[in-house]
Design a protein around this ligand. Structure first.
Ligand code: COA
Length: 299
């Protein structure tokens, strides 16, 4: 699908994306590149990074990959420094690296919980922290005419209510949203950096869906089909990212944009629709016959 944005909307910008070698992160990298940005991607697997970089380069995008794990302070530091060395500036940081799996709370070890917190939450903060000196207005590599940079944190909607078997991911993403808000306040004020998030819904062909809603689960049989349910595309998330990262979103700061077609608002109904309709008619009829609050014996 064609982009509604001008092809040069991110021209001259340098973006670093964690988890940028595959899935949603890669699509954001590709679309940022298609709109003029130079791209650095960080991930744990050399092979994945190599093939992602060669796809980006084949599209005419300036791209480089750095192997690293956001849980390791040295990797985070080295990746940010290398991105700066390579491109001479850093304008946009996208924190997309995440870990997740389905597991009930009683079967989840504290170390399993901590592992996801370390990747999603601590990893996000670490990357922001390391990137600050380049992202801030008048930071290293910035021209005096440049404003501050942009941070985008990829989140989720799981924690808006509660989600089965994802206590670790819900806790981690709730904390990511807190990071988004707090940094937007502090760094927006002090350094002209806008910090926003995106909470994707179920995206076709993305790792999150294959791990959290695997084909083995029969959603129909388990009564989990929701009225608004439909898959999104990675493109939908990338377009939201361009909006937030470009001047189109220049007045947006500290928000996490839900891009899910409204799914999180809906929940499985405990009564089938027809049963509700019938029940409602019975209740209405009764209320017309018996004034509210008056026991039948008084009539
Ligand atoms: N169910 C329950 N616990 C699990 C688990 C699962 N499916 N997978 C990992 N864990 C637990 C481990 O048991 C371990 O805890 P323990 O030491 O108490 O046994 C802890 O998590 C760390 O596991 P380990 O395999 O050493 O971690 P890792 O760093 O190699 O793997 C993960 C990281 C756990 C996030 C892994 O799922 C992963 O690499 N995923 C790919 C990235 C991803 O999920 N992306 C999703 C994008 S939406």
């Amino acid at each position: 699908m064609d982009s509604p944005f001008k092809a040069d909307i991110l021209k001259g910008k340098v973006a670093l994306l964690t988890g940028g070698g595959s899935g949603i992160g890669f699509e954001i990298a590709k679309q940022f590149g298609n709109h003029g940005a130079s791209i650095a991607i960080m991930g744990r697997r050399q092979q994945v990074l190599d093939s992602a970089v060669s796809v980006l380069q084949s599209l005419g995008i300036q791209a480089v990959g750095f192997v690293g794990d956001v849980r390791k302070m040295d990797d985070a530091n080295r990746t940010v420094e290398s991105t700066f060395q390579h491109f001479g500036r850093l304008d946009i940081l996208v924190n997309g690296a995440a870990g997740n799996f389905l597991v009930s709370s009683e079967d989840l070890s504290p170390n399993g919980f901590k592992t996801v917190m370390d990747i999603d939450t601590v990893g996000t903060f670490t990357m922001c922290h390391e990137a600050l000196k380049y992202l801030k207005k008048d930071g290293l590599g910035k021209k005096s005419s440049d404003g501050g940079g942009i941070i985008l944190n990829i989140s989720a909607t799981l924690h808006y209510t509660a989600s089965w078997y994802q206590i670790h991911v819900s806790a981690a993403k709730a904390a990511v949203d807190a990071i988004t808000r707090n940094l937007s306040l502090e760094w927006g004020t002090d350094y002209d950096i806008r910090v926003n998030g995106i909470a994707p819904g179920p995206i076709a062909d993305a790792t999150g869906v294959s791990k959290l809603a695997p084909d083995e689960i029969d959603f129909q049989a388990r009564d989990l089909v929701m009225p608004l349910f439909k898959f999104g595309e990675k493109w939908d998330i990338a377009m939201a990212a361009i909006y937030l990262a470009s001047d189109a979103g220049k007045y947006v700061n500290g928000t996490t944009l839900v891009v899910d077609g409204g799914i999180w608002l809906s929940r499985p109904r405990y009564l089938p629709k027809d049963a509700v309709k019938q029940l409602s008619r019975v209740v209405e009829k009764r209320s017309r016959e018996v004034p509210t609050g008056l026991p039948t014996s008084k009539l």
